[in-house]
Design a protein around this ligand. Structure first.
Ligand code: SAH
Length: 260
């Protein structure tokens, strides 16, 4: 009998959130966030997801790989409490936990099975006339996620409303979704950049609006005005914004890192 367990990663997340800053604090808040979960290794098999398409939402259990190396402490300061009150780690959804395991309910939009060809056999060898080996990839298209790009997934479970919704539950200090009255406006340069990438990123504007209306600034800055120019990464874009007054964020620039 041992006190440790080994988990196998069953898939990896592709997410528009390329860094921790500005990721919403829970799933379901930013509905314009879309991503994919690519199954890997022996889990990359259509049989494992047979029947899953009947469910609108799934639980993802994952590893907080981006903060794992920083360890954990018994007490943490939830941003929800302004970042100045300490609670036990198990009374919070902090990423710094004894086991770096996260859980999120996300929307399951589609399950895709793609055929890909891997490698190429040399002409004249015993391969299939140079066509390479056929393999398939299972991709779960998901949305409303709160996950960093590259997040390793260790389990998927269907969301079952009768068991998972508890109408009478008490949510303690986090009973309600944080309210926000922040309005997001765009400079003409930012609007032009959005128009230029609209074909490939039709939801980018809504994503920026929804992410910023959560006020992603550090907890100690919330409810206060500052004139700092903030930056965040979404997809391959670097986005700069600044506060105009206590209820308005102005998106100054949207730069495409790939086409620079
Ligand atoms: N819904 C999850 C996560 C809540 S914490 C749970 O309750 O367990 C949400 C924060 O996790 C986000 O703000 C983001 O910054 C962070 N996060 C998401 N994916 C992560 C990852 N792979 N590594 C480290 N932090 C991550």
């Amino acid at each position: 009998m041992t006190n440790s367990v080994n988990l196998n990663v069953i898939g990896t997340i592709n997410s528009p959130y390329k860094q921790k800053f500005a990721i919403p604090r829970q799933p379901g808040i930013v509905t314009a966030a879309q991503g994919q979960l690519r199954l890997t290794g022996s889990a990359n098999n259509a049989e494992l997801v047979r029947g899953l398409e009947q469910f609108s939402h799934i639980w993802l259990l994952f590893i907080f790989h981006g903060t794992q190396a920083q360890g954990w402490k018994p007490l943490v300061r939830p941003p929800r409490l302004g970042g100045n009150k300490k609670l036990g780690v198990f009374a919070t959804r902090s990423t710094f936990r004894p086991n770096p395991i996260g859980m999120s309910v996300v929307k399951l939009d589609q399950i895709e099975l793609c055929s890909t060809r891997q490698g190429f056999t040399e002409p004249g060898s015993t391969g299939q006339h140079g066509t390479g080996q056929k393999s398939s990839q299972v991709i779960l298209h998901i949305s409303e996620l709160d996950l960093l790009d590259g997040t390793p997934i260790v389990d998927i479970k269907p969301y079952i409303p009768y068991a998972d919704i508890i109408e009478s539950a008490h949510g303690g200090y986090a009973q309600e979704q944080p309210s926000s009255n922040i309005k997001v406006i765009f400079s003409s340069a930012a609007l032009l950049a959005l128009a230029n990438c609209n074909q490939h990123y039709p939801t980018l504007q809504s994503l920026i609006e929804q992410v910023l209306s959560q006020d992603p600034r550090p907890a100690y800055k919330q409810q206060s005005i500052d004139d700092k120019i903030y930056g965040m990464s979404l997809y391959n874009f670097n986005i700069n914004w600044q506060m105009l007054d206590n209820a308005t964020f102005n998106v100054i620039a949207i730069d495409d890192n790939v086409n620079q």
